[in-house]
Each structure stands twice: as structure tokens, then as C-alpha cells.
Design a protein around this ligand. Structure first.
Ligand code: HEC
Ligand code: HEC
Ligand code: HEC
Ligand code: HEC
Length: 217
């Protein structure tokens, strides 16, 4: 390549890349897309790192769409005047990441090369309900840098997502489901519920402890 072309290429890259990055990060949430659990699985399913995908796919959340097809769901829906729970936004808002707590499916879903969406309602309550839409934080370089991941839209407090669904708006809400140490009954208790769905990465334990200590200072 002659040096003029190289120079032009470099300066174009310097102008275009930051402009694009700036735009996609700061022009609002709409630029960030949902990528579905399949993409997270590429990097988060190694046994030595905690196999997050396998754990999720065997627990209730990945089944949250199917459960809307059971006789029990049909009965609940019927009482509420809903014909098909698997098609009703009133149920899907908490049973599918695609609805993301609204009564409209989200539009910002990344597409595969064949034009089909990477996130589907069948996936139920997927990674991105708690960790938030991942198109900007899931690239390897960003993921390896915690601060950068948070800047690119990763939820710093996924613990806080639970009660957006586990609350009394849920038709099956049982306000005495969990018993606290002092005997009080509550509908949801993070510590006990988390034990049933936790998916830690053993390698992150010291890193997360250091982060917590730094936060307290
Ligand atoms: C290209 C590989 C890759 C993809 C794809 C990916 N991740 Fe990661 N992720 C990593 C790496 C590397 C880390 C750093 C820690 C580690 O080694 O596990 C990480 C860390 C994380 C962490 C821990 C952050 C912390 O330190 O507290 C979460 C949560 C996470 N990823 C969620 C996701 C979700 C959700 C998706 C899909 C939307 C996803 N990741 C996609 C590679 C990836
Ligand atoms: C506010 C969020 C929310 C809405 C709206 C919602 N659900 Fe659920 N649903 C949940 C949660 C959370 C659970 C898990 C409950 C538990 O076991 O603590 C659940 C569990 C269920 C179950 C599994 C059985 C059970 O009770 O554990 C069925 C069936 C069900 N929901 C049907 C429906 C139907 C039908 C609709 C629509 C009419 C609906 N849900 C709307 C949050 C919701
Ligand atoms: C987007 C909505 C949503 C969010 C966010 C959510 N859940 Fe759930 N959760 C559900 C639904 C729906 C079910 C029922 C699925 C089924 O029965 O197949 C469920 C079921 C469960 C169950 C099994 C039923 C039970 O109570 O034993 C546990 C445990 C649970 N969730 C824990 C959590 C925790 C912990 C968090 C936060 C880190 C969380 N959930 C966040 C919707 C949600
Ligand atoms: C119901 C909410 C919920 C869902 C669904 C969920 N996660 Fe998480 N995840 C959490 C919470 C909460 C934490 C942090 C727990 C903590 O800090 O103690 C976490 C932590 C992680 C971590 C860091 C591990 C560590 O040691 O803290 C990774 C990586 C991760 N999740 C990946 C995934 C992937 C991949 C999926 C989907 C296949 C997924 N998660 C689905 C709530 C969820």
C-alpha cells in the first residue's frame, strides 16, 4: 500500500470508529440489541467457569414460556379472560425477555445471518432479563473489562431485577412462599431464591470480593 492510502485509511478509521461508537452508546438504549442466550453460551458454558448456560437451561426461567401452556396456566388465564397465555402480553411481560416487562415485544433484537431473531419468546426468562441487552457488552474485549462492560450496558446489580417479576402482580403470587430466619413469611426472599438459580464463576470470587471492598471505601 502506498503511504497516502495508509494515511487516509488511518485517519478515516480514527474519525469513523469513534463516531460510530459514540453514536451507538449514547443515542439511547434502542441502539443496544438483545442477542439471546445462545450468544452468551459461546463463552459462558465451560465447566471450570461455572457453566452458566447449562444451569440456566435446566432451571425454571428457561421454561417460563412453556409453563404458560400447562393446564394450570390455562385455568389462570381463563379466570382473567385471557384465551391463550402463550400469546397474551399480560403473561408474556414477565414470562419472556422478548417483552421485557412491557405489553409490546421489543424491536431491538439482533438478527442472525438468515434473518431470524437471536432472541425468541420460547427462550422464556433469558440471561438478558437480569443482565440486560448484550450486543454492546458481549464482545470479548469489552467483557474482559468489567468497567467497560458496565459502560456498554451490562447491569451492575442483576439482583435488583428479581422483584420486577416476583411480585404480587403475578397471578400465582403466594405471599407466604418463603420463611425468613425470624419466622416471618414473605413472597420473595432473594437469598433463598438465589440458592435455587445461582450460577457463580469460581474464578470471579476473589475479584468480586475485592470489588465489594473497594465500593465500601
Ligand atoms: C466472547 C465471549 C463472551 C460472550 C459472547 C459473553 N461473555 Fe460474559 N464474560 C466473558 C468474559 C471473558 C468475562 C470475564 C470474566 C470471566 O472470565 O468469566 C465475562 C464476564 C461476564 C459477567 C460477570 C461480570 C462481573 O465481573 O461481575 C457477566 C454477568 C456476563 N459476562 C454475562 C454475559 C451475558 C449475559 C452474555 C450474553 C448477553 C455474555 N456475558 C456474553 C466473555 C463473554
Ligand atoms: C408480574 C409478573 C408476572 C405476570 C404478569 C405473570 N406471571 Fe406467571 N409467574 C411469575 C413468577 C415470578 C412466577 C414464579 C412464581 C413462584 O413460584 O414464585 C410465575 C409462575 C407462573 C406459573 C407456574 C406455576 C407457579 O405458580 O409457580 C404459571 C402457570 C404462571 N405463572 C402463569 C401465568 C399466567 C397464565 C399469566 C398471565 C395471565 C402470568 N403467569 C402472568 C410472574 C408473572
Ligand atoms: C422477567 C421476569 C423474571 C425475573 C427478572 C426473575 N424471575 Fe424468577 N421466575 C420468573 C418466572 C416467570 C418463573 C416461573 C417459571 C416456571 O415456573 O417455569 C420464575 C421462577 C423462579 C424460581 C423457581 C420458583 C421458586 O420460587 O422456587 C426461582 C427460585 C426464581 N425464579 C428466582 C429468581 C431470582 C433469584 C431472580 C433475580 C436474580 C429472578 N427469579 C428474576 C420470572 C422472573
Ligand atoms: C433471573 C436472573 C438471571 C438470569 C436469567 C441469569 N442471570 Fe447471571 N446472574 C444473576 C445474578 C443476580 C448474578 C450475580 C450474583 C451475585 O453477584 O452474587 C449473576 C451472575 C452471573 C455471572 C457472574 C458469575 C459470578 O460469579 O457472579 C455470569 C457470568 C452470568 N451471571 C451469566 C449468565 C448467563 C450466561 C445467563 C443465561 C444463560 C444468565 N447469567 C442468566 C442473575 C441472572
Amino acid at each position: 500500500m502506498n503511504s497516502k492510502i495508509v494515511k487516509t485509511t488511518i485517519s478515516l478509521t480514527l474519525v469513523l470508529v469513534p463516531a460510530f461508537f459514540w453514536q451507538s452508546v449514547f443515542s439511547g438504549q434502542d441502539e443496544i440489541k438483545f442477542v439471546g442466550a445462545g450468544k452468551c453460551k459461546i463463552c459462558h458454558n465451560k465447566a471450570e467457569d461455572g457453566a452458566q448456560f447449562d444451569i440456566w437451561s435446566k432451571a425454571n426461567h428457561s421454561n417460563a414460556f412453556e409453563v404458560l401452556g400447562t393446564p394450570e396456566a390455562k385455568e389462570t388465564a381463563k379466570k382473567m379472560g385471557i384465551e391463550d397465555a402463550q400469546k397474551s402480553p399480560k403473561c408474556l411481560k414477565c414470562h419472556s425477555t422478548v417483552y421485557n416487562w412491557t405489553e409490546q415485544p421489543v424491536k431491538n433484537i439482533e438478527m442472525k445471518k438468515d434473518g431470524s431473531p437471536r432472541l425468541t419468546v420460547e427462550e422464556g426468562v433469558s440471561c438478558e432479563s437480569c443482565h440486560w441487552a448484550g450486543s454492546l457488552y458481549s464482545p470479548k474485549k469489552i467483557m474482559e473489562d468489567y468497567e467497560a462492560s458496565v459502560k456498554a450496558g451490562m447491569n451492575q446489580n442483576p439482583q435488583e431485577s428479581c422483584v420486577k417479576c416476583h411480585n404480587e402482580e403475578s397471578p400465582g403470587w403466594n405471599k407466604e412462599k418463603y420463611t425468613l430466619a425470624d419466622g416471618t413469611k414473605v413472597g420473595f426472599d432473594f437469598a433463598q431464591a438465589w440458592e435455587k438459580i445461582k450460577h457463580p464463576n469460581p474464578k470471579l470470587v476473589p475479584i468480586k470480593a475485592a470489588r465489594k471492598a473497594a465500593d465500601k471505601k
